[in-house]
Write a protein that binds this ligand. Structure first.
Ligand code: MN
Length: 430
């Protein structure tokens, strides 16, 4: 199935700003509430949201084998389950409809009124019903930094780290889209020089700069997926902020790994950018430092050149960029992660989400968490408003952005922006 939606020469009859993340070559997928309070699956070109449910009802996808209600749903799971051939047919068709030379919709005022929305008329929802969520620990810089802080330089990487993409099963119930504020979590922490824990608000709330990929139905119970086939089961990617409470995490993580320090919230950008749209931005992964087992060996370019940045905006002030990193730094790529995840026969389903792990680069300004950027708070970051940050303060908004860019086209993810509110106060009945 050709992927001609990526044609860099195409322009749209919809307005697209020069620095837009969403040119006609992107065609991401999301779920939104319309001005009439109807939930629908849609895409976006420039700053126009497009109701794919309405487009389908009006007959614009009649040559593609789709069920009538495929886009009239509150999640993309069924569409994703239709598989790569269908994703391509639909992206290609959308590219045609919005091509500046195509007049079918361009000259139909009535249809345009039904299918096109300004961004302020819609409310983005979670794009998928996330059945299962796994988070990896796949950046060698991040694992080395954290390991150095907790165990010293000599023992920074655990003995297994260079042999497998380490991961854990997270919780999908607390994954929410950009724009919804979260509360500072409470929990058990162990004060310095004490052997007795206390209960209270986390003092060390942090972000983790990650990306997450969303899968389609991949395998049956017991069936591993070979590494040269796994990319067929990756639908696309979002920006992922894996909020973390470092003090809770430090006390609880032995011996079973992350728990309440991680599962109070993770936030994602609402538009899923397809793996197809990212094709022009493939790059080599970092060279393995140790020979990897055959099931983890791959051919070709499996990493993607995606510029990433994190900013913190104190309430009422301008934002300060605190980190610039890149998805290409990941030591273990998505193909290796999915091959490893299924090698024991664990089934992966449509709508599952796989976090990359914190994406730290090689330089101190590219570290993907406050834990590393401030080195446990030893080197606070100076903000534009004159204040300092060791970790995230109440009322701060953390914003992550990501985009790919070459001479022809810029494909971006928009942003995931989340405000941290103080500890939740229950409403008391009188
Ligand atoms: Mn994480």
């Amino acid at each position: 199935m050709p992927n001609f939606a990526n044609n860099p020469d195409r322009t749209s009859w919809l307005h697209v700003g020069k620095s837009s993340d969403f040119p006609i070559q992107n065609i991401p997928f999301g779920v939104f509430l319309t001005r009439d309070d109807i939930i629908t699956i849609g895409t976006r070109i420039g700053d126009t949201a497009i109701d794919l449910g309405a487009l389908h009802q009006l007959g614009y996808f009649k040559d593609i084998p789709l069920t009538d209600d495929i886009f009239l749903q509150d999640s993309l799971n069924d569409f994703i389950a239709d598989g790569r051939k269908t994703w391509r047919l639909v992206r290609n068709r959308i590219a045609e409809i919005f091509d500046k030379n195509d007049t079918s919709l361009k000259h139909n005022t009535k249809h345009k009124e039904i299918v096109l929305f300004r961004l302020d008329e819609i409310e983005m929802q979670l794009p998928v019903h996330i059945g299962d969520y796994t988070d990896f620990y796949a950046s060698i810089e991040h694992a080395t930094n954290v390991g150095t802080m907790f165990r010293g330089k000599e023992n920074a990487l655990m003995p297994n780290w260079l042999h497998m993409p380490v991961g854990y099963h997270g919780r999908s119930s607390s994954i929410i889209p950009s724009g919804i504020p979260i509360h500072r979590p409470q929990g058990q922490t162990l004060p310095a020089d004490s052997d007795t824990p206390i209960f209270g608000p986390s003092k060390l709330v942090d972000f983790e700069l990650e990306m997450a990929f969303i899968t389609t139905d991949a395998n049956d119970l017991g069936e591993p997926i070979p590494i040269d086939e796994v990319e067929d089961y990756i639908f696309g990617l979002v920006l992922f902020n894996d909020w973390s409470a470092r003090d809770i995490q430090k006390w609880e993580y032995v011996p079973l790994g992350p728990f309440l320090g991680k599962n109070f919230a993770s936030t994602i950008s609402p538009w899923i950018v397809t793996l197809d749209a990212l094709e022009p931005f493939r790059v080599e992964s970092p060279k393995p430092k140790k020979k990897q087992l055959p099931y983890l060996q791959y051919k070709g370019k499996k990493s993607f050149d995606i510029n990433l940045e994190v900013a913190i905006r104190p309430k009422g002030h301008k934002e300060t960029t605190v980190c610039k990193s890149n998805f290409k730094h990941m030591y273990w790529n998505m193909a290796q992660q999915l091959a490893h995840h299924t090698v024991n026969g664990c089934p992966v389903n449509s709508g599952d989400m796989m976090g990359s792990g914190t994406i730290s680069g090689p330089t101190p300004d590219s570290y993907g968490s406050m834990l590393e950027l401030t080195w446990r708070g030893e080197n606070p970051i100076k903000m534009k408003d004159g204040s300092e940050r060791k970790f995230i303060n109440d009322h701060d908004t953390v914003i992550m952005r990501g985009f790919c860019k070459n001479d022809d086209v810029r494909i971006g993810f928009g942003e995931v922006s989340t405000q941290l509110l103080p500890v939740f106060k229950p409403h008391r009945k009188n």
